[in-house]
Write a protein that binds this ligand. Structure first.
Ligand SMILES: Cc1ncc(C[n+]2csc(CCOP(=O)(O)OP(=O)(O)O)c2C)c(N)n1
Length: 373
């Protein structure tokens, strides 16, 4: 195992941007310990492509090499700016990617990571990005040698990557939080009581696991819920597609603030399409809680006003139990599309389980329940 502080020293950059991954937690906690959340050194991006853009700007302004950290799920979001901005055949802007390798073949992980894990190195190869894998056995000397090799490539305007295996980086933990009191799980429990038999599209991360467990506890079955375990930021778009074709159903989307910010253009498209049967519920804990809690930009954004500006028929924000109960009891009478923001704490259970069915089984059950409508 290599200490995060050692890795940062060997990389030797003073600018970091990215989207967190639980596997890189020690790495970004060390960045926070070193630079805090000072955007002159560390910007938590909305999505990984956004991070590439920020990194490019840093290079243009300083001539120095930025670092971009991401879960391999986010490689897709980087491909456009890597291929059409950073690549030596275009502007030739150097950066160092730190990629958390979820779903590495042979290592147990969740189903949403299986294919992405399989193609991670292949994608980097296709993109012409030299990479080096860091595992538990990787020494400081080995990282230094790779950085020596990489510096030559970086000086020619090429991009390089370290692909990080599970458990490869060690370090002390930082803690993150906010002052809100409603837990995400309790908010979901109340949403389920209000949504009855309506279909629900849920965002990526722990929210879906909590939803799944609550249904288990109720013995309610899972056919109403599409968990969208991957594709972070797209739950509201999936819900829009369903809502447009099931006008007789009220379609609920349970979203996260990190996910909403990741592809916020989706809100403009919902406002414009204006489905009269879409309830967009945002569990806003101002945090990427599912992957360690690094803050999002949501504390600085008024997302209920964003919804209105995007053309939603209405929106509201609640921050305590009474407000939440009041809102949920009347929510079906609201003009839609409607955004309800629930300000949540960053608490979650450590014994949270995972869905037993495969994503393909979830899809089948969801479609069959929807088809009956
Ligand atoms: C494209 C992509 N980037 C990163 C991740 C890793 N990831 C999984 S959940 C999550 C945080 C989600 O934050 P938010 O939507 O605010 O929900 P919370 O976890 O706070 O409930 C991240 C970054 C991912 N799954 N996909």
């Amino acid at each position: 195992m290599i200490a995060a502080s050692t890795l940062l020293r060997e990389i030797g950059s003073d600018f970091y941007t990215g989207v967190p991954d639980s596997l890189l937690r020690s790495f970004y906690d060390e960045i926070v310990r070193t630079y805090g959340l000072d955007p002159a050194h560390h910007v938590i991006a909305a999505n990984e492509g956004n991070a590439v853009g920020i990194a490019a700007g840093y290079h243009l302004a300083t001539g120095k090499v930025p670092v971009i950290y991401l879960q391999n799920s986010g490689i897709g979001n980087t491909i456009n700016p890597l291929a059409s901005l950073m690549n030596p055949k275009v502007y030739g802007i150097p950066c160092i990617l730190i990629v958390g390798w979820r779903g590495e073949p042979g290592v147990h992980d969740e189903p949403q990571h299986a294919y992405q894990g399989e193609v991670t190195c292949r994608l980097l190869e296709d993109m012409g990005i030299e990479y080096s894998v860091i595992g538990q056995e990787t020494s400081q000397e080995a990282v230094r040698d790779e950085m020596h090799r990489f510096r030559e490539l970086l000086s020619r305007g090429e991009d390089v990557a370290f692909v990080i295996r599970k458990g490869a980086i060690s370090g002390d933990r930082e803690s993150y939080g906010n002052s809100y009191t409603i837990t995400r799980e309790d908010a979901i429990r109340r949403i389920l009581a209000a949504s009855g038999d309506d279909p629900i599209i849920c965002t990526t991360g722990k929210a879906g696991r909590e939803l799944y467990e609550l249904r288990e506890k109720d013995g309610a079955g899972h056919g109403r819920d599409f968990l969208s375990v991957g594709s972070m930021g797209h739950a509201s778009s999936i819900a829009l597609g369903v809502a447009l074709k099931k006008p007789e159903s009220t379609v609920w989307c349970i979203d996260g603030d990190g996910a909403v910010l990741m592809h916020m253009g989706a809100m403009a498209v919902i406002g414009k399409a204006h489905p009269g049967n879409l309830l967009h519920i945002l569990l806003n804990n101002e945090s990427h809680e599912s992957v360690g809690g690094l803050p999002t930009a949501a504390d600085a954004v008024n997302l209920t006003e964003v919804a209105k500006a995007c053309g939603y028929a209405g929106s509201a924000s609640v921050k305590n139990d009474e407000e939440l109960e009041r809102e949920l009891s009347g929510i079906r009478r609201q003009q839609m599309p409607y955004l309800l923001e629930i300000r949540c704490s960053t608490a979650s259970r450590s014994d949270l389980g995972r869905p037993k069915e495969s994503p393909a089984e979830n899809k089948k059950a969801f479609m069959s329940a929807l088809g009956g409508r």
